[in-house]
Design a protein around this ligand. Structure first.
Ligand SMILES: NCCCNCCCCCS
Ligand SMILES: [Zn+2]
Length: 668
């Protein structure tokens, strides 16, 4: 049921600009929209989207968030002289008005509403609106930070009112705090607002105390406002992915939204004069991918900031290409979150532990003196490094073009016994038996050489792996007589053939070969309910859950907070996902796992299942084919012993795996 991706853009929104000198506002230029749209055209992405027209938000729409007096005031601006416009602007901060900005602000808000309509009526699965003026800083009765109407806040209220949406998740990955969104929903438990933002201990604009991590929401909304302050510039891909895996995703899955809105600001990308961060544009492919299995895939991304006319279009293209379902590029050098980011991560998780069961066992807030000492030490240390850094790259930031993301000709290939039907859309795969492969298999694997159907399925499997390695096929599913043997066979083949690494994810108690784990060519992560004997080595990890994988929330938290960070850091070229009938996994959890793992290894996921599990072929194929996994529903609290076990395991493994860190290492 793969549906399309909407793209909303109208050049009318380029027809306003700054009419006087104002150094703060001069970066907000019409070219932001034109370079972004042109990039989508040039890369062919625009043609793959469903073009949806803008519309003007009505007074009623705008009044969902703003006051009548504010709307009436803004309505007068088209008739103002230049002096009046400058006078009118002075009452607000870091924003400018123009005779045509009211019209454009109605179109920007209306574009967000068109996107919500398209997604909620099922016309499309997801989409992106390229708009200006942005919205997330504007407040009930005030313009702010280049924003006039709060496009995403209006869209959230509209979705609740028009479609009876119960829970809306707003993810604000713009580098500024969307204080306007926070104020709008801080006492509203039906809207979970998540924002990270440059903060520098309140030194950075808008310099609000309430942008810090301890603003968690008010009254009934307590816990539903998550602020992640960046107290240093230069944050990188690892910092962003760590916050997604250890804060946003666990909470988002527990919240289980019916709709996801993204305040898609790209001033958090490298090269931006506002953010001064160092995350590469392709990180937005992963951030987008990680949100696409929430709310059954209903995701609306609305442009906010982004002021570097090179990284902005690159980031926009990375986002749209992922919304279209193309495999994400392999993440660039994930060398672990920096000290300052770990401080923030620790503070946010601790501030929210009382509200979210997935954070229940997050470490306590560091005691004040330890913290201040640690922050001081960390700051001196990092400032020294920064000085060196600054000397080095005082010149313009440069970064490589994001890698080309070619979707293979065949997305999903299935190796099935002849009597099992192949779901539509997927391609049945069987190889001409390559004698070399056959002989090797006979020699290494098949005791009784006449076991022909094992031979057939194994040789098809190897041939499939080779096509994935050549990027001719994206992912695959194989029903095999013996999962353990098939796993071993693929791992051994891959270890030699594949230049790179294989991540083996085992669900259930299949015997797992430790082949390749001693030298790191293979990373095995096994989920089961059997207490593991001593932890073998860094590359063979057993995750023991009390009720195995049958406890949805325990398993979900293990996947989000442990498997994903491990997988991203390991950065394999193939993900081998093996499941045995005793796994106890329900289809929707299985589909979430299969969906999320496709963000790794450029989507080269190979699923192995026992031949008996024909009922699981359909759901698995649909997830491999790119359909969003069904929502898991609100997650109840995981078993305390599971959360504790995960925390202990993460604490033990973080020595070797930096993306598992959630607190700054004790200094001194
Ligand atoms: N450099 C500090 C001045 C910030 N001025 C407002 C920025 C608004 C961004 C909207 S995404
Ligand atoms: Zn911004």
């Amino acid at each position: 049921m793969k549906m399309g991706t909407a793209l909303i853009y109208d050049e009318e929104m380029t027809k306003y600009k700054l009419l006087w000198v104002d150094p703060v506002c001069k970066i907000e230029v019409p070219e932001r929209l034109t370079v972004s749209h042109e990039a989508l055209i040039k890369t062919g992405l625009a043609d793959r989207c469903i073009s949806v027209p803008v519309r003007e938000a009505t007074d009623a729409d705008i009044l969902l968030v703003h006051s009548e007096e504010y709307l009436e005031a803004v309505k007068k601006t088209p008739y103002m002289t230049l002096e009046d416009l400058q006078e009118f602007t002075l009452q607000y901060g870091d924003v400018y008005f123009h005779p045509n900005i009211y019209h454009c602000a109605k179109l920007a808000a209306g574009a967000a509403l068109q996107l919500v309509d398209s997604v909620m009526t099922g016309k499309v699965r997801n989409g992106m609106a390229l708009v200006r003026p942005p919205g997330h800083h504007s407040m009930r009765s005030a313009a702010s930070g280049f924003c006039v109407f709060n496009n995403v806040a209006i869209a959230a209220q509209y979705a609740k009112q028009q479609y009876g949406v119960k829970r809306v998740l707003i993810v604000d990955w713009d580098v500024h705090h969307g204080q306007g969104v926070q104020y709008c929903f801080e006492d509203d438990p039906s809207v979970l607002y998540f924002s990270w933002h440059r903060y520098e201990h309140q030194k950075f604009w808008p310099q609000l105390k309430e942008s810090d991590y301890n603003s968690v929401g008010k009254e009934k909304g307590a816990g539903f406002n998550i602020n992640v302050p960046w107290n240093k510039v230069g944050m990188k891909n690892s910092d962003y992915l760590s916050v997604f895996c250890h804060i946003l995703l666990p909470v988002a899955y527990e919240f289980s939204p019916d709709l996801v809105l993204v305040c898609a600001g790209f001033d958090s990308a490298i090269g931006d004069p506002e953010g001064e961060m160092c995350a590469s544009p392709d990180i937005f492919a992963h951030l987008t991918h990680l949100l696409m299995n929430l709310a059954g895939g209903k995701l609306c991304a609305v442009l906010e900031g982004g002021y570097n006319l090179t990284s902005l279009p690159q980031s926009v293209c990375q986002t749209v290409q992922t919304l279209l379902g193309d495999p994400a590029p392999r993440p660039a050098n994930l060398d672990g979150p920096c000290e300052s980011a770990l401080e923030s991560l620790h503070c946010v998780r601790s501030a929210h532990r009382q509200y979210w069961s997935c954070l229940k066992h997050a470490a306590e807030l560091p005691t004040s003196d330890v913290t201040t000492k640690r922050i001081k030490l960390a700051e001196e240390e990092e400032d020294k490094l920064k000085k060196v850094e600054e000397e080095k790259n005082a010149e313009e930031e440069v970064w490589p073009e994001p890698p080309k993301r070619v979707a293979p000709a065949v997305r999903t290939a299935l190796v099935l016994p002849n009597d099992v039907a192949c779901p539509d859309g997927c391609k049945r795969f069987s190889s001409s038996e390559d004698p070399v492969i056959v002989n090797k298999l006979r020699k290494n694997f098949l005791k009784d050489a006449d076991d022909s159907d094992a031979l057939t399925s194994l040789s098809s499997l190897i041939a499939l792996v080779e096509k994935m390695e050549r990027n001719e096929i994206c992912n695959g599913l194989a029903l095999v007589p013996d999962v353990s043997m098939a796993m071993m066979c693929v791992v051994q083949h891959a270890a030699t053939a594949l230049r790179n690494r294989v991540l083996v994810v085992c669900v259930g108690d299949a015997g797992v070969s430790s082949h390749g784990t001693e030298d790191g060519k293979t990373l095995v992560v096994q989920f089961s309910n059997r207490e593991p004997e001593e932890q073998k080595c860094k590359y063979h990890i057993s995750v023991c859950l009390k009720k195995g994988c049958s406890d949805v929330s325990g398993f979900a938290q293990a996947v989000l907070g442990l498997l994903l960070p491990l997988g991203y850091e390991y950065d394999p070229s193939l993900v081998l996902l093996a499941r045995t009938p005793d796994s106890g996994l329900c289809d929707s959890v299985w589909q979430q796992l299969t969906g999320l793992l496709q963000g790794i290894a450029q989507g080269h996921t190979l699923v192995l299942m026992q031949e008996a599990e024909t009922s699981c072929v359909g759901p698995t194929a649909s997830s491999l084919f790119g359909d969003a996994a069904p929502s898991l529903g609100k997650l109840h609290a995981p078993l305390p012993e599971d959360v504790e076990a995960l925390e202990r395991l993460r604490h033990r493994l973080q020595v070797d795996w930096k993306l598992l860190q959630t607190t700054a290492p004790e200094t001194g």
